[in-house]
Design a protein around this ligand. Sequence first.
Ligand SMILES: Cc1ncc(COP(=O)(O)O)c(C=O)c1O
Length: 369
Amino acid sequence: MTPMSIRSAVTSAPGYRLSARAHTVKLDQNESPYDLPDDVRERALARIADADLHRYPDLHADRVRRRIAELEGWPEAGVVVASGSNVLIQALVIAGGIGRRVLCVAPTFAVYSLQARLLGADLTEVALVGEHGSELPERALTAELANGVGVHFMTDPMAPTGNALPHGSVERLIAAGGDRWLSVIDEAYGAFAGSDHRELVRRAPNAVSIRTLSKAYGLGGVRLGYALAAPAVATELQKAILPFSVSILQLAVVEAVLDDPSYVEARVRESVAERERVARALRALPGVHVHPSVTNFLLLSVGDAERTYERLLEAGVLVRRQDHLPGLRGALRVSIGSPSDNDAFLAAMASSVDRERADDREEAPHATG
Ligand SMILES: Cc1ncc(COP(=O)(O)O)c(C=O)c1O
């Protein structure tokens, strides 16, 4: 029974879904397959050893904000740091969406709609279009932006489909939002695509780029994301982030990484090369459709997502089911791992496809007899 004491916006909202199943190869959360390089890790641990754990951290992660401003060539007053970009998404809905509108496509990253629902914003989800349900419905979004005020979440590259937004669409949609909409571009996977919307955001007083160290930087476990915006917007957004919410432990690791982030480039290069190799091998398998991807993951359509998911797990490989999402029948999402992770996944996929075909052959005589 749902407790009467809880707001209906909360009781009716789905939780964030993640199924933790036993596995040996983890390809379900678009993480980096690699931990920090040894020297960076040692410097991070040395910083933690020196930290004053009895003191509060910086109010708004100020030292790290300064370092990120330098890294991104952005005015410090326009940087907001949080414990992951999830927290920034929540803060953006608090700052611009409550009592107003939240607009996004569907399917997309689940946290936009989840936060809109929890916080009681008026949510509009516009379905992706095209043969494989992964193209941006730009005209419908533009029409929605003509009405009301609120927050518009765009994701470039998109998730979970993995494709890049069409050239020029972000700029046109920011313009359509004008000064009534906060236009957010989630660039979580931008490093893998080589895309970067900083120059657009610099020119648009109501646009925000949100970024994360969880993917290309390999810091999913540390939790750090940041927003780049005009200082006037960043000042307001900062109010929606709880004070002292990025801990001394997080800041210590992030500072060690920012001292020498040179490892990131080679890892992104490997991930991109592996993505292309895995996509090629999957496209050679009968009955498997691979969506175009510029990220560190691939979205596949297989005949029966549940059966393939279970067969992959039997081989120890954990991927993410996406077949509950609108327009994504038979869909699974797989992160690009290390070359040996990817080999294990490809072997398990090939075996699953073989079993599928053997089952079909067995069923055929009954079907026709
Ligand atoms: C599109 C997108 N945005 C944001 C996030 C969340 O990132 P963070 O780990 O910084 O909260 C993810 C995580 O998977 C994502 O896919």
